[in-house]
Design a protein around this ligand. Structure first.
Ligand SMILES: Nc1nc2c(c(=O)[nH]1)N[C@H]1C(S)=C(S)[C@@H](COP(=O)(O)O)O[C@H]1N2
Ligand SMILES: [Mo]
Length: 335
């Protein structure tokens, strides 16, 4: 299959944004005020549906260019030393509309183990350069049948960053979030975090696939070649006031979250087209989580607008409207 430079599909079909069959009424929930997002409030993204997996027969294999191919069943995996990772989890949005903001974002406490623990046992061969991750979900997407969900990363990136999660917020993963095992790639868009993981394959070349080289590519500022959708953008989201809300009085507490691949070092708010003013911003801890921000203002009755703009330690700033991580704007009314 050859990879077009940019997706040629004009509009987003509903497939990537469709809630799973098990809960057809589920729309994107709001992440809420909690630092760790309750599982019920976490968005769900499936391209091929939720597979029916029997945990008794499920296995994970690590193969391809390795000296010692591995096959682990669930008890073997659960018996390995456990670690925790709290990380921001953001959906890139439709692969057909890479410039449209969605701000589907949450912060999750994952339980599992680093992929590196398995790679140490599998012993990658010198020719291995890339890692292919494959989920158990199969189906059709964009007219191609018999697809599975496949992503890839450079071997060194995968060895450094990929976490294999079997728990989410202290409980086993739910079916729709990848039970019994999923990849989690901190500081990257959720599309890289393959759910229902069954196969990890080390290869010399990048796999050519619908979800690796055809879709989920983007042209980043300062480049003219499409790159795989990986690193998060600097971004922020105002959570309160909620979009379109009617507040009883003008003593308003603005609150929200900011995140990036590195620490967000400044968060500015602009109220009613006024100047950017720095909000109080929580520092980034040891883990790749989101950061809270807040600012209080007393406002007159009537319609208002608030915008948020994050700046990260790498000097990246949220751009004006027109980009997927453009400044966030919320309109609300007082009185
Ligand atoms: N196997 C598989 N993994 C997948 C997907 C998928 O469709 N199949 N969707 C990806 C996308 S686009 C996102 S944003 C995240 C969503 O994870 P969640 O549904 O647990 O929030 O899973 C990723 N991993
Ligand atoms: Mo996504």
């Amino acid at each position: 299959m050859t990879a077009p430079a940019t997706p040629t599909v004009p509009a987003a079909p509903s497939a990537p944004l469709t809630p799973p069959p098990e809960d057809p009424s589920r729309a994107d929930p709001a992440p809420g005020p909690d630092f760790v997002t309750p599982v019920d409030n976490v968005f769900v993204r499936t391209h091929l549906g939720v597979p029916d997996i029997d945990p008794e027969t499920w296995t994970l294999t690590v193969g391809g260019l390795v000296a010692h191919p591995l096959r682990l069943d669930l008890p073997a995996l659960l018996a390995l030393p456990r670690e925790q990772l709290t990380a921001v989890h953001e959906c890139f949005g439709s692969p057909f509309r890479p410039d449209t903001p969605t701000r589907a974002v949450t912060n999750i406490e994952w339980t599992g183990l680093p992929l590196a623990a398995l790679l140490e046992r599998a012993l990658p061969l010198p020719a291995a350069r890339h890692v292919r991750f494959e989920g158990a979900d199969t189906g059709s997407f964009q007219g191609e049948d018999g697809l599975s969900y496949v992503k890839d990363l450079p071997l060194e990136t995968a060895r450094r960053d990929v976490f294999l999660a079997h728990g989410m917020n202290g409980a086993p993963l739910r079916a729709r979030h990848g039970h019994p095992l999923r990849a989690v790639v901190p500081r990257m868009f959720g599309t890289n975090s393959v759910k229902w993981l069954t196969r990890v394959v080390l290869t010399e070349e990048r796999p050519q696939h619908m979800f690796t080289t055809t879709f989920y590519t983007r042209v980043l500022p300062g480049s003219d070649t499409p790159q795989p959708v990986r690193a998060l953008d600097v971004n922020s989201k105002i959570l309160t006031p909620a979009v379109g809300s009617q507040l009883p009085h003008g003593d308003v507490a603005f609150r929200g979250r900011a995140w990036s691949t590195t620490e967000v070092v400044r968060l500015d708010l602009s109220v009613d087209d006024g100047p950017w003013e720095p909000a109080t911003l929580d520092a980034l801890g040891a883990e790749p989580t989101w950061q809270g921000f807040s600012l209080r203002r007393t406002l007159r009755p009537g319609p208002h607008t608030v915008r948020s703009r994050a700046t990260d330690a790498a000097g990246r700033v949220q751009p004006p409207p027109g980009a997927r991580n453009s400044v966030h704007e919320v309109r609300f009314t007082v009185g």
